[in-house]
Unconditional design. Structure first.
Length: 371
């Protein structure tokens, strides 16, 4: 039993010994242009017949695979730690209390935390980085929530489609491979970008799709990503350009559409790590690139002095040193002062001072004279 392809007649022929006869069971594949994937897979109800037919054309497909267009794959080797990368920046002893480092030195620590999540949850690197950011880089909290309801966590964080694994069987594999080879002989169906709506559409290789299935042309993607990165660390919260879709845009899309901007995206990602990680605090000094690293429990209300710009601040809240007040007491005091300040502004605008007793009085009616 074998399959042969007649180049003169452009026919795909099933043969069982007699090369001139066509099998009635596989008439739907006698002409490649009229091939129906669903009919082919649907008629193979018997598992043994299907296996025999599938493996008989295995060699044919193997020869054609080298001519098929390669899909763009996301390179997540970025999160693989090299032997010379130090990951002890966030390991603070009780004696040391706080350490000042350059923000770029936190990269190995961030990569290690993401790689640990990838290993435990078995999800892509792009999804792991999103989940860790959403949970403020608390691996323990992420694991607890993910264990209780993984589907809910993935949907709320915008990585549901990115984490979903497509289940494939023999029939779907055969259908996909026949469809891929059909593209070599028939014109591609043009696709339309829902951002620019370019007349005539685009070829599939000029479109980039999100895991949610929404796809847009490369030019629109480049413009979208370029504008997104101008927002600083806010760019990490951007979702699919399709209205109503909450699937997060990650470095996977940046690498495919605008690889020259990938380093800028990762820079914002590292800065966000320094800003939101409970073990680190940016130095508030103007233009300073130092980050204080410490244990938030040991360093509560602790005074930190930056060796570069001489700025002083509280490690836990980032405000000026306020010992012996706790950070919570400081927040309450500022809220009280803010309320009193607003009240004082209203009094100045809406009242006047009594000329005799200097008491602030409000005129709410009558003539313009006061006695």
């Amino acid at each position: 039993m074998s399959y042969t392809f007649d180049e003169d007649n452009e026919e795909y022929v099933y043969s069982s010994g007699d090369e001139e006869e066509m099998s009635d069971e596989y008439d739907m594949v006698d002409h490649y242009g009229n091939f129906d994937n669903d009919d082919f897979c649907g008629n193979l109800s018997d598992e043994e017949d299907f296996d025999e037919a599938l493996y008989s054309c295995r060699d044919f497909f193997h020869n054609q695979e080298n001519t098929l267009p390669d899909e763009e794959e996301y390179d997540d080797d970025f999160y693989t730690l090299s032997p010379n990368e130090v990951t002890e920046n966030l390991v603070i002893t009780s004696k040391e209390r706080v350490r000042m480092v350059i923000w770029s030195d936190l990269l190995p620590t961030m990569k290690q935390q993401i790689s640990e999540v990838i290993e435990v949850l078995g999800i892509p690197a792009s999804a792991a980085s999103v989940l860790m950011r959403e949970f403020r880089w608390s691996k323990e909290q992420l694991m607890e929530e993910f264990t209780n309801n993984p589907e809910r966590v993935k949907r709320l964080c915008g990585v549901y489609n990115r984490c979903s694994k497509k289940k494939t069987d023999k029939r779907s594999i055969a259908r996909t491979r026949y469809a891929l080879y059909s593209r070599q002989s028939t014109p591609e169906k043009m696709r339309f970008c829902e951002i620019c709506f370019e007349d005539g559409g685009f070829a599939p290789e000029d479109m980039i799709a999100m895991p949610c299935g929404h796809e847009f042309c490369r030019d629109c993607w480049r413009g979208f990503i370029s504008n997104m990165l101008r927002e600083g660390t806010v760019c990490l919260t951007y979702t699919c350009p399709q209205v109503g879709c909450n699937e997060k845009v990650t470095e996977e899309e940046v690498q495919k559409a605008a690889p020259n901007l990938l380093s800028k995206y990762r820079e914002h990602q590292l800065k966000a790590f320094a800003e939101t990680n409970m073990h680190s605090r940016w130095c508030p000094g103007k233009g300073c690139n130092r980050v204080a690293v410490g244990n938030p429990h040991l360093s509560a209300s602790g005074k930190v002095v930056c060796g570069d710009c001489d700025s002083t601040f509280c490690f836990k809240c980032g405000e000026e040193p306020h010992s012996p007040l706790t950070c919570h007491d400081l927040i309450r005091w500022k809220d009280k002062c803010k309320d009193e300040s607003e009240t004082a502004k209203w009094i100045v605008v809406h009242t006047k001072t009594c000329p005799k007793c200097t008491t602030r009085i409000e005129k709410n009616g009558g003539c313009n004279h006061m006695t």
